[in-house]
Design a protein. Structure first.
Length: 183
């Protein structure tokens, strides 16, 4: 059975988060989906293209807490677990850079990328984006909404494992030889 937390960040610019979504998976079932709006450290600046992609504007986060104030609520989800993300290097780097900015220690967790895994599972595919794979695998997605992206990512990992006939992370690691990296 799979236990993990899927994450997705939306950013105001580069690696500065303005939203975090998570999907908690216990015994291969999604048991919780959460979303936080975050007042970014670059406030009030938002890159115009980021706003166009996710639709979050400075007015939406003006009265929201900064990441450091949310960390006590977020940390229990990310501590001592496997974190899963689509294009995980991006999301994990957002997390790392934000924690570094606030002098917060990184969680003791490992992470896995569903994009990398998708390239192993669907070798013949021409695309591996979250929206393309969600459509292919009939996973509901409201793209670039962090909670929906996190939930779709969680469902995608479960589909990838199913395609590979893997019932847990140990089997998945043996079949794919994909590394789990430390946050």
């Amino acid at each position: 059975m799979f236990d993990f937390v899927a994450i997705d960040f939306e950013t105001a610019t580069n690696y500065i988060p303005c939203s975090l979504g998570i999907a908690v998976v216990k015994q291969s079932q999604i048991v919780e989906v959460r979303n936080w709006l975050i007042k970014p450290i670059c406030f009030p600046y938002f890159h115009f293209y980021a706003q166009k992609i996710h639709g979050i504007h400075k007015e939406d986060v003006e009265n929201e807490p900064t990441f450091d104030l949310l960390w006590n609520e977020i940390e229990p989800y990310l501590q001592n677990t496997i974190i899963v993300a689509h294009n995980a290097n991006f999301d994990v780097n957002v997390l790392r850079k934000t924690l570094f900015h606030y002098h917060i220690p990184k969680p003791k967790s490992r992470y896995l990328c569903t994009y990398v895994l998708a390239r192993f599972v669907w070798k013949e595919s021409k695309k591996f984006s979250l929206d393309f794979l969600s459509n292919q695998e009939h996973i509901e997605l409201n793209h670039h909404h962090s909670d929906s992206d996190a939930e779709a990512c969680a469902r995608l990992l479960l589909k990838e494992a199913e395609h590979l006939n893997c019932n847990d992370f140990n089997e998945l690691k043996k079949v794919t030889k994909i590394r789990y990296c430390k946050v």
